[in-house]
Design a protein around this ligand. Structure first.
Ligand code: E4P
Length: 217
């Protein structure tokens, strides 16, 4: 399962990349606003840190605008993934970018039928937003399960990139369901490491090791 970090914060990306915990990065307009930097510069800096897929979102709503913005973003680095909204124009642009050999991420997916259309449009990734569905008391993980089944039924190659992840349980369930990837905020990803019994065990081993009077090196 691939992990992407859902951020525009370079130090977060660097920490996770150096630890070998991430396979790429996803961004969106809200994350760009948070770091308040020019998007092209920001994406260039991110692509210096990782050569894994870096999703960069278009903001145009018309097909020609999406194509112009997507080409500008994709020309930054070969690992840029053009992120397109799940609209008629977004699907059309997805097909065009796929036919040109560009990677695509179709975002803002909230139904299995939308995911089916994105796969038919040749999307590299589909981003179903589980957290935002959970917020409406609709089970986001049921959507992941449905998409997995549909994609497997027809051997679609589109990768399921679980997005809008809010909790460690989202990640566990996504992995159990066979999602290909999840994009996760840095803090949630780091949370996965912690377990009280791990800390307790380290303290006990440290105390006993001191009593041996030994050193390893
Ligand atoms: C990633 O592609 C999405 O933009 C992101 O996961 C959305 O997360 P949010 O619902 O927490 O804003």
């Amino acid at each position: 399962m691939k992990f992407f970090v859902d951020t525009g914060n370079l130090s977060e990306i660097e920490i996770l990349q150096n630890a070998g915990l991430i396979d790429g990065v996803t961004t969106n307009p809200s994350l760009v606003l948070k770091v308040n930097r020019p998007i092209i510069e920001l994406l260039k800096d991110i692509c210096q840190i990782t050569d894994g897929p870096v999703s960069a979102e278009v903001v145009a709503s018309d097909y020609d605008g999406m194509m112009r913005e997507g080409e500008a973003l994709a020309s930054i680095a070969p690992n840029i993934v053009v992120k397109l909204p799940l609209t008629l124009n977004g699907l059309r642009a997805c097909r065009s970018f796929t036919d040109r050999g560009r990677m695509t991420n179709v975002t803002l997916c909230f139904s299995a039928n939308q995911a089916l259309l994105a796969a038919k449009a040749g999307a590299t990734f589909i981003s179903p937003f589980v957290g935002r569905l959970d917020d409406l008391n609709i089970d986001g993980m049921e959507l992941i399960s449905d998409i997995r089944r549909i994609y497997d039924n027809y051997a679609f190659k589109t990768q399921i990139l679980v997005a809008s992840v809010r909790t460690p349980n989202h990640i566990r369930e996504a992995a159990l369901l066979g999602a290909d990837a999840a994009t996760v905020p840095a803090a949630t990803l780091l949370n996965l490491i912690d377990h009280p019994l791990t800390h307790k065990g380290i303290e006990a081993f440290d105390a006993d090791w001191k009593k041996t009077g030994q050193t390893i090196v």
